[in-house]
Design a protein around this ligand. Sequence first.
Ligand SMILES: [Fe+2]
Length: 192
Amino acid sequence: MVYALIDKYYHDSPELHALLLRHSEQVRDRALRIIDAHPEMKIDREFVAQAAMLHDIGIIYCDAPKIFCHGDHKYIEHGWLGAELLRKEGLPLHARVAERHTGSGITAEQVLRDELPIPVQDYCPETIEEKLICYADKFYSKSHLDEELSWQKVRTSIWRYGHDAVLRFDAMHEMFESTTITDNNNNTIHGK
Ligand SMILES: [Fe+2]
């Protein structure tokens, strides 16, 4: 389902299509590793696998030529634009993930304070699945696809969204990766 949906909107943009798939699979795979490490959390694995693939589907409407996006909108709009698309496609829960994954979430106060070009509302992840995808996304940059960021680097980058944003990131880190987990090759991804 998710690959067909991505193809529907990205088939005319092969470079962006490939980039979106690569990034989304990185996010999905990290999220699934965390789920597998925490069966007690009872996270909806199938939903996370789908929603992680679709969280950035709005980037095609944005202007970010370095990552092959040639739309008219500001990049920060990709969350809510992706959500609009997903609601139109009959996927309201996936839409919530798309609009709540930027930074560690964005509050309505922050939208007003920073005059962000998005509708004024709260965009903080609420469900555990929304939090997990928002969290896993922070470790992968679409402009440096081969890089996996350390949590210290992610935390530093979150400071630009303000102190509250760092606290939200710390809470998600504590929830999901406060103990050591490993990747498919048994390398340590993170240990606290
Ligand atoms: Fe992303």
